[in-house]
Ligand binder design. Structure first.
Ligand SMILES: NC(=O)c1ccc[n+]([C@@H]2O[C@H](COP(=O)([O-])OP(=O)(O)OC[C@H]3O[C@@H](n4cnc5c(N)ncnc54)[C@H](O)[C@@H]3O)[C@@H](O)[C@H]2O)c1
Length: 269
């Protein structure tokens, strides 16, 4: 009998930042594919509202800057569901003020650097550390969300982008250490993805610049990233570990300046 390995029936999945733009789309997709989802977020009300919509889901308050809060999330998952199959580290320190303050290294505030690493790197490490013994029992897996900005240099977000590069290396380290025990660890690197927050805050002229470098005819939506995460979390990805799946509409896959080449070959220049 053929098994639909991309489904997540019977699995318990923790989604950090599950109340946010991409996280909520992923929580919805995982629930639709049969998982029981733990929506973990510092935005407690939004997490609770989403959990109320999804069969079998619960919301758990989470502050990734607090070690005890992260450990309580994993403990609560085990108490409530008795197992953990997927840890999806999706939350990150984000927002217009943070992005504005996070420029190049010469002008970096040490406090912003530290907070970025506290949430994105230290928080992710503590979540993985707390989850691993339980993932070993279920032969489960971890999916970390990183970013295309972790793979290429840019003028913006030096703290954010380098923190995400650290998570890529953590992904490989975990995959190497725990593969023989049946635990996989992968990362998804979204390109610019049109969450409600980004749609509102991102300057249109820069959005157009990203669109010009995208090989598809549109920017990614949260549901596009959710598909990549749900695939890696599923048994369909059972031979994939230690990888970074870039989901950026092809933005990082070509030589720079493709917009000008398009214009040239279409006779516009
Ligand atoms: N949207 C994009 O274009 C894009 C591109 C590349 C990577 N990403 C990555 O995708 C992931 C989701 O981003 P998004 O665009 O949906 O952002 P978002 O701001 O919509 O969601 C982030 C969520 O994380 C939660 N969060 C923030 N700090 C937290 C903390 N200390 N403890 C617990 N929860 C916390 C927020 O409350 C929010 O619900 C992030 O890892 C981000 O770096 C996004």
């Amino acid at each position: 009998m053929a098994i639909d390995a991309i489904r997540l029936d019977g699995k318990v999945a923790v989604v950090t930042g599950g109340a946010g733009g991409i996280g909520s789309a992923t929580a919805r997709l995982m629930a639709a594919r049969g998982a029981r989802v733990v929506i973990a977020d510092i935005a407690e009300e939004a997490a609770a509202a989403l959990a109320g919509e999804l069969p079998g889901a619960i919301a758990v308050p989470l502050d990734l800057e607090q070690e005890a809060s992260i450990e309580a999330l994993i403990a609560r998952t085990l108490t409530h569901f008795g197992r953990l199959d997927v840890l999806h580290n999706n939350a990150a320190l984000l927002g217009p003020d943070i992005a504005q303050a996070d420029g190049d290294v010469e002008h970096m505030a040490t406090a912003l650097w530290d907070q970025t690493y506290a949430v994105n790197v230290r928080g992710t490490m503590i979540a993985c550390r707390a989850a691993l013994p339980h993932l070993r029992e279920t032969r489960g897996n971890i999916v970390n969300t990183v970013s295309n900005l972790a793979l290429q240099g840019h003028l913006i977000q030096a703290a954010y982008s380098s923190s995400k590069a650290a998570v890529i290396q953590m992904t490989r380290a975990i995959a190497a250490s725990h593969g023989l025990h049946g635990v996989r660890c992968n990362a998804v690197a979204p390109g610019m993805t049109m969450t409600p927050a980004l749609r509102e805050a991102f300057p249109p002229v820069l959005r157009q610049a990203v669109e010009d470098e995208t090989l598809r005819d549109s920017l990614g939506e949260p549901e596009d990233i959710a598909e990549a995460v749900a695939f890696l979390a599923s048994d369909a990805a059972r031979n994939i570990t230690g990888q970074v799946l870039v989901a950026d509409g092809g933005c990082a896959s070509h030589v720079p300046g493709i917009a000008q080449f398009r214009a040239f070959f279409s006779g516009e220049q």
